[in-house]
Design a protein around this ligand. Structure first.
Ligand code: FE2
Length: 129
């Protein structure tokens, strides 16, 4: 039995954002893995990810004691509700498609990126594209 999982890009799109624009928190349905390749950024460009834990009645609540705004003694930040990543042109981020992400006010003139979604070509014996 082949244990490899081949993925295919199911859709891709450019995002160009004017100064002051924003991208509300969202996730990507009908996708398993998502990504964004950054093409035009500046030193204020970022992307935020929202923790799936404790954000609704369906997720588990993960807290650290005491609940601080710093990584815990192991360097983990699982208790954070959002994480902010600085992004720069030439890097590519990948994340599970169900994770909510977005950014607040954009301070990058004509911020430009290329985003895409992936689905597996096969998933066990249940699904085949
Ligand atoms: Fe997105």
């Amino acid at each position: 039995m082949n244990q490899d999982t081949e993925l295919r890009i199911t859709n891709a799109w450019f995002n160009e954002c004017d100064l002051g624009g924003r991208q509300p928190m969202h996730n990507h349905s009908n996708s398993m893995l998502s990504g964004t390749f950054y093409l035009r950024t500046n030193d204020q460009s970022h992307l935020q990810f929202q923790s799936p834990y404790g954000m609704n009645d369906f997720g588990n609540l993960l807290l650290d004691e005491p609940n601080t705004k710093r990584p815990n003694r192991f360097g983990y930040g699982f208790q954070f509700k959002t994480i902010t990543y600085k992004v720069e042109a030439g890097i590519c981020l990948f994340w599970p498609s169900h994770i909510r992400h977005g950014y607040a006010e954009n301070f990058t003139p004509n911020r430009l990126s290329l985003s895409f979604n992936f689905l597996p070509i096969t998933f066990n014996n249940v699904y085949k594209a």
